[in-house]
Unconditional design. Structure first.
Ligand SMILES: [Zn+2]
Ligand SMILES: [Zn+2]
Length: 194
């Protein structure tokens, strides 16, 4: 079995969309690489300058990295300086290199997911709480597996009802069960890797 297929199956053991999660992880690995030792690579610097840097989401992610201050300072000085040297009359959204990696990884992982034998996927779904976000679910071909993914999302609804019920002061002493993270799962179903 391919590493990607193995990773996808492994990720189904967590309450996340495996395609979104692995794609996001790949973008993060790329960013960690750049801030750890890619900062002095002229090709990286040229690429980032041409693209205008990262999107807000990925800058936010970088901000949380360990020991990022010095490489970020160098790179930001470069990006801002270069922009101010050649200001554009209209502001353009950065063409984020991490988003590009993420989008490429997403396509690759989704294709790999479709290549996994159905029985293996059904078994992984039986054993783990993984699911597909809505964006990836609609791309699934119709059939047993898609139905299984769909019914998993449908199963979130009574859990959300139960979670809501237990927020009521009359029932708030009841211990939380599996429904405790249903709001996070629903958020990921709607928004991807959140
Ligand atoms: Zn997804
Ligand atoms: Zn981005």
């Amino acid at each position: 079995m391919h590493t990607t297929e193995f990773e996808l199956l492994e990720t189904l053991s967590q309450p996340v969309c495996p395609v979104c999660t692995l794609a996001r992880r790949e973008a993060r690995t790329y960013l960690v690489g750049v801030f750890e030792d890619g900062i002095n690579d002229p090709a990286v610097r040229d690429d980032w300058r041409a693209r205008g840097g990262l999107c807000a989401r990925h800058w936010r992610e970088v901000r949380e990295f360990d020991s990022v201050l010095l490489p970020a300072t160098i790179l930001l000085r470069d990006l801002l300086g270069s922009y101010l040297d050649h200001p554009s009359p209209v502001w353009k959204m950065p063409d984020c290199p991490a988003c590009k990696r993420e989008a490429e990884a997403e396509v690759r992982h989704f294709k790999a997911l479709l290549g996994i034998p159905e029985a293996t996927m059904l078994k992984a779904l039986e054993d783990g709480p993984g699911f597909l976000c809505l964006r990836h679910l609609v791309q699934m071909p119709p059939g047993t597996l898609r139905n299984r993914f769909e019914s998993r999302l449908i199963s979130f609804l009574p859990e959300l009802d139960e979670l809501e019920r237990k927020q009521d002061y009359r029932f708030s002493k009841e211990p939380l069960g599996n429904e405790k993270d249903s709001w996070l799962r629903a958020m990921r179903a709607l928004g991807g890797e959140v």
